[in-house]
Design a protein around this ligand. Structure first.
Ligand code: HPA
Length: 288
């Protein structure tokens, strides 16, 4: 029987024959605008992709866009599902595995998050250096599919140090203040209590949100290189008087959206140059 990721990948490949994306991008709450910058080859509703899980959350359009961004062939997911939507955690493996099967080598994940640092307020961007999966859930639970990866695998350097360096260099060039820190995944759908926030601070969290870790776990399991960026929409509960709500998240996601778009586009442009150089070096060495 064809697996769900394979059925989804077959459909996507038939829709855009001959197109091979190298980078997958997952856009978080209120960050869908980046998709408007893509030179579109194909735009596919999640509803049309067989066996593909669909988000019920406002601000998550539910489209897979194939095309070029910063000159790089990309597959961009405009919207994602979350554990709190009640889906089987294993469903969250489908989108990333589909992206792997259609050819991506790098996954760039974005999310909206609350910040534990006063100096990293709404409108800031944070590159993830690591994460704490506080949900107790895992999309890889159950029988292991060896075709994607080994049962047990390391999560050291899950957030690729070289990609993080590239992002930092691009941010510097663009004069964007790019923070770096640890993201804690809280199940949601409620925002945290101030007591939980106090506890998470002692655990080492710099930002908190309700997504990202499932996709990163699935990506690392199948050997994809990963980078992730949080768009900080608020200071965490108890640190400011702002009342937290999804509307507040969507509204404040706009603050750093332009910086995030520039950062991602120039990052992809430099990545394309680097990949080209590496390819040329390998052909010069007769490895092609
Ligand atoms: N907590 C959890 N998720 C979030 C937050 C937050 O403060 N802000 C945006 N997403």
């Amino acid at each position: 029987m064809t697996s769900a990721p394979q059925a989804a990948a077959d459909f996507v490949k038939e829709t855009a024959p001959g197109f091979t994306p190298r980078v997958g991008i997952i856009l978080g709450s209120g960050l869908g605008g980046l998709a408007d910058q893509i030179e579109v080859v194909a735009s596919i509703s999640y509803d049309d992709i067989p066996d593909f899980p669909r988000s019920t959350v406002e601000g998550h359009a539910g489209r897979l866009i194939l095309g070029r961004l910063g000159g790089m062939p990309v597959a961009c997911m405009q919207g994602r599902i979350h554990y709190y939507e009640g889906t089987d955690p294993r469903d969250l493996a489908v989108p990333v595995r589909m992206l792997k099967l259609i050819g991506i080598e790098i996954l760039l994940v974005t999310n909206a998050a609350g910040s534990f640092r006063k100096k990293m307020g709404p409108g800031s961007l944070m590159v993830l250096s690591d994460h704490i999966n506080f949900t107790g859930l895992n999309p890889l639970k159950g029988e292991n599919d060896e075709t994607f990866g080994a049962r047990f695998f390391s999560m050291e350097e899950a957030y690729d140090p070289i990609l993080r360096e590239h992002l930092a260099a691009v941010a510097k060039e663009l004069e964007i203040n790019l923070h770096e820190g640890v993201y804690l995944h809280y199940l949601g759908p409620n925002f945290e209590t101030p007591a939980e926030i106090k506890a998470f601070k002692t655990l080492g969290a710099d930002a908190v949100g309700m997504s990202t870790t499932p996709e990163v776990l699935v990506a690392r399991h199948c050997g994809l290189r990963v980078a992730a960026i949080s768009n900080i929409t608020n200071l965490v509960a108890g640190m400011s008087k702002t009342k937290l709500s999804h509307e507040q998240t969507l509204e404040c996601a706009k603050l750093a959206a332009a910086d995030l778009e520039k950062l991602v586009i120039v990052f992809l442009e430099t990545l394309k140059r680097e990949l080209l150089k590496a390819h040329l070096r390998s052909t010069e060495n007769g490895n092609d």
